[in-house]
Design a protein around this ligand. Sequence first.
Ligand code: MF3
Ligand code: CO
Length: 242
Amino acid sequence: MRPACRLARKILDLVCDFVRPGVTTLQIDQYASDLIRKHGAKSAFLGYRVGSRVYPCHICISPNEQIVHGLADSTVLEYGDVVSLDVGVVLNGFIGDNARTVPVGGCDTEKQNLLDVTETALKRGIEKARPGARLSEVSGAIQQWVESHGFFIVREFVGHGVGRRLHEPPQIPNFVDGKKSPKLRPGMTLAIEPMVNAGTAEVKFMEDGWTVIAADRKPSAHFEHTILVTDGEPEILTVPED
Ligand code: MF3
Ligand code: CO
């Protein structure tokens, strides 16, 4: 898992650097596609099936009110937008998955605060991923941080186990649902990914069958790491290579 996750991180970093005012989301997806291929990997998302729907892009690019699973098209990113980039790659049969929301050029302090709170929520969730802990401790830490800052957790989508397949058990909600939650054990690899809305928890699906947006069209943020549960501190696998 380590090489796949480090590559997913490297590509996410490069893609984030590529984001600037005037670029289209299709140009970003094409850039990501070239990078993934040059590194001998494949997109974990292209061709992903949900029922009869097939995901048509190499990475997920979700500007502003788009929460996740945005589709690359002729949309031009503008100064002050925020955009969520989600990169999953398959390398030697293993999958690394990570995501980040970045400003385009720059953004106002309200949007920056949404990004900071979501990133910190992820960090606080990861810190709870210790052996013997329940997964609900991870979920609860994320929920508590987000809601205490006045933002809204998206409930329709969750994090997941990840390994040879993109979505493996367990599901990792970013809220506590009262269901009995599994105990964490060393060796588990988990994709933890809070999706946080500025104005409402309510989501809508666009006609394309993939793109999920905030019902009030206010901004949304998404941060994700793949981590390994160890005997002690969690190891973030989607780290820069040294
Ligand atoms: N990081 C997201 C996830 O793990 C991306 C999935 S995009 C899809 O669910 F196309 F594969 F659905
Ligand atoms: Co994921």
